[in-house]
Write a protein that binds this ligand. Structure first.
Ligand code: UT7
Length: 331
């Protein structure tokens, strides 16, 4: 049975850097609060006219160039995002058109911060089953156009940023490379602890003027509850992955935790007993980019930590749903 290897990763973040100082001019917050509670120094916001699928396209093109592939080599697109350009169809179809690959299937995944790993799990199953051999997996997010950037929404607004990461997945017969296992979870009892209520087809009509006034169009989060679950579920799901493969934490070359909050990453690191050089974070520069955070971070980690063929890479995520997930792979 073939395995799934990452042939290349590409990334794209918008040019516009939004510092904490800039946010203090929009809402009652401070550089000190944001850095101490989250570790974030800056994030990127898109300019008008630049959409989610544009970021994804740039990331995908970079990955294709790095791998020496043409868009026509792709057999499937898997696109993880919670912030599609339009209500429907999903951004997978818009990306398909922008890449110029009519006929190539496009699957949209909406599992928020765990979206990239849910997508990896599906793509891995397709490759193992022999259905496809070359898949584009994207995590792309535009949060900035949907945030309440007043003091009312400050707990959420300071955290999120825009960006995209694209991984090219290919079938390999090399037993020393590829995805070892993926582990997915959800607990919908917590669906309203981190969510955006409206617009929604539950309402008649789905978009109403009152939704602008009562802020139900903006993301809401029970921050402390999310935090507490994240710092237990992420280590648990990494341990489960290690156990399944007969490995231990010391075997990990680098862990990429979903970039939700630097304090969460540090607590996950401690819970797993990992050294600083075994965990990579870049939330300081990009904030929380939900589905894009793992590929954005993985791409940098591979370059900066000198990840070599065969090194063990661990990926872990936790987010809205609640959903959480992990993956282990040999680079
Ligand atoms: O991607 C996965 C999903 N997201 C996460 O994993 C995020 C998980 N949660 C968190 O990262 C943290 O809970 C936050 C960073 C969101 C908040 O940090 P916290 O230490 O849990 O703060 P808190 O919510 O308990 O709020 C403490 C205080 C409150 O004021 P009072 O009631 O103590 O007077 C908030 O109103 O901080 C206030 N506050 C702020 N102050 C300045 C909340 N947001 C801000 C802000 N600037 N941006």
């Amino acid at each position: 049975m073939p395995r799934t290897a990452i042939a290349a990763i590409g990334t794209c973040v918008p040019d516009r850097v939004v510092t904490n100082a800039e946010l203090t001019r929009l809402m009652d917050t401070s550089e000190e609060w944001i850095v101490q509670r989250t570790g974030i120094h800056q994030r990127r916001w898109v300019a008008e006219g630049q959409g989610n699928s544009d970021l994804a396209l740039a990331a995908a093109r970079q990955a294709l160039e790095r791998a020496g592939w043409k868009a026509s080599d792709l057999e499937a697109i898997v696109y993880a995002t919670l912030s599609t350009d339009h209500m429907f169809p999903g951004d997978g179809c818009f990306l398909n058109a922008k890449l110029g690959v009519p006929g190539v299937p496009a699957l949209d995944i909406r599992n928020q911060c765990s979206g990239f790993l849910y997508g990896l799990s599906v793509a891995d199953a397709w490759i193992r089953s022999g259905q496809y051999r070359r898949i584009l997996l994207v995590g792309s997010e535009v949060h900035s156009t949907g945030l309440d950037v007043s003091t009312r929404g400050r707990d959420v607004a300071v955290i999120f940023g825009d960006g995209a990461g694209a991984a090219l997945l290919e079938a390999t017969d090399d037993p020393a490379r590829g995805v070892l296992s993926t582990h997915l979870h959800a607990d919908g009892r917590f669906a309203r602890e981190l969510w955006t209520d409206a617009p929604g087809s539950f309402y008649h009509p789905r978009l109403q003027p009152r939704m602008l006034e009562d802020t139900s169009i903006f993301p809401k989060m029970e921050g402390q509850k999310v935090f507490k679950h994240a710092i237990t579920k992420m280590p648990d799901v990494v341990r489960a992955a290690l156990e399944k493969n007969g490995l231990v934490a010391a075997d990990i070359k680098v862990l990429i935790p979903h970039q939700a909050n630097l304090r969460i990453s540090e607590m996950v690191q401690r819970a797993l007993g990992l050294r600083d050089d075994q965990v990579f974070n870049n939330i300081q520069k990009y904030g929380n980019t939900t589905a894009a955070s793992i590929p954005l971070c993985l791409e940098e980690a591979v370059r900066e930590r000198g990840v070599q063929r065969g090194d063990l890479v661990a990926l872990a995520a936790f987010g809205a749903g609640f959903t959480w997930a992990s993956a282990l792979l040999r680079w």
